[in-house]
Ligand binder design. Structure first.
Ligand code: 5RP
Length: 293
């Protein structure tokens, strides 16, 4: 029999309605609860920023330097990342499922590095993404390249699927070999991705006018690290990106190709979440590297 005897009388109905306050991710105020919840797994509520560790490079490059072993080289870094970006194959085979990191799944593919990289297709079904508890799906957008139009259509199709299931989409600005990497190009490319419905856009940092790229994009911009740089230079780039309006980094090679990846990840966190100056973060990097030697 149901335990209905002696239930306490409900009586506390007073007080103003609790409000959640403004949502902390740019451009996502009008999204549904599930999508906002997933974005909150990527962007920390206290800073509104993210440190996303990217190791999806194998989807067209194979086992590049630093990614030879995902299980021993990358998995130990994951607890210190807010979000991780990889293929479903890397996730299922090499990342422990008890991770707290927001899952950002590479959702495009096709050509290897031996072919025209812009010749991509959607390479992931939304159903599998939901099964893997993805917070976001990442897709390359090739503005100005041979397959520009198809890549924009791929993005739009993924946004349609993402909106249906409450999964965010990260538009990845892919710069063709002949493209000039300047603020004008990145304003164009990032704005197109956002207008097509991407909830987050990844791009590269440029020294002149980067603040115009972040200002003109109505969703958060996160910055790729690009080729491996000396640690202080990479931290300087991350610092400038954040101070000029980026909402975080989506960094791969400058972390996993460092001699001390865990120390570098800690230093990047200090830049992104604590507004550490590059020299302070570099000091932290050196201390952590020395302690682990
Ligand atoms: C590969 C990617 C990478 O994830 C992205 O470029 C970040 O990695 P890195 O910091 O090494 O540039 O999208 O296509």
């Amino acid at each position: 029999m149901a335990d209905t005897d002696g239930l306490l009388e409900a009586r506390d109905f007073t007080g103003p309605a609790a409000t959640a306050g403004a949502f902390h991710v740019k451009g996502a105020q009008a999204q549904d609860w599930g999508l906002q919840n997933r974005l909150s797994r990527i962007f920390r509520r206290d800073t509104g920023r993210t440190v996303m560790l990217a190791f999806d490079h194998g989807y067209f490059l194979g086992p590049m330097a630093g990614l030879e072993r995902l299980d021993t080289g990358i998995a130990p870094l994951v607890p210190d990342a807010d979000a991780i970006m990889m293929t479903r194959g890397a996730l299922r085979t090499s990342i422990p499922p008890h991770t707290d990191a927001g899952i950002v799944l590479r959702a495009s593919g096709g050509p290897s590095v031996l072919r025209d990289l812009s010749d991509e297709h959607i390479a992931l079904d939304i159903e599998d993404a939901v099964r893997l508890n993805a917070a976001a799906l990442a897709i390359q957008v090739f503005i100005g390249s041979e397959n520009e139009s198809r890549s924009v259509r791929n993005l739009a199709a993924l946004v349609d699927a993402g909106q249906r299931h409450g999964v965010a989409v990260l538009g990845v600005t892919a710069v063709g070999k002949d493209m000039v990497r300047d603020a004008r190009y990145f304003r164009l490319a990032t704005r197109i991705s956002a207008e097509m419905g991407a909830h987050v856009v990844k791009t590269y940092y440029v020294e002149e006018g980067f603040e115009t790229v972040t200002a003109s994009c109505p969703v958060p911009i996160i910055v790729a690290g690009g080729k491996k740089l000396p640690e202080l230079d990479a931290l300087t780039m991350a610092h400038r990106s954040i101070q000029e309006g980026a909402a975080g980094v989506d960094m791969g090679r400058n972390i996993f190709q460092s001699e001390h990846p865990a120390a570098m990840l800690a230093a990047v966190r200090a830049v992104v979440h604590d507004d550490a100056k590059p020299e302070e973060a570099y000091e932290l990097f050196r201390d952590r590297a020395a302690a682990s030697a």
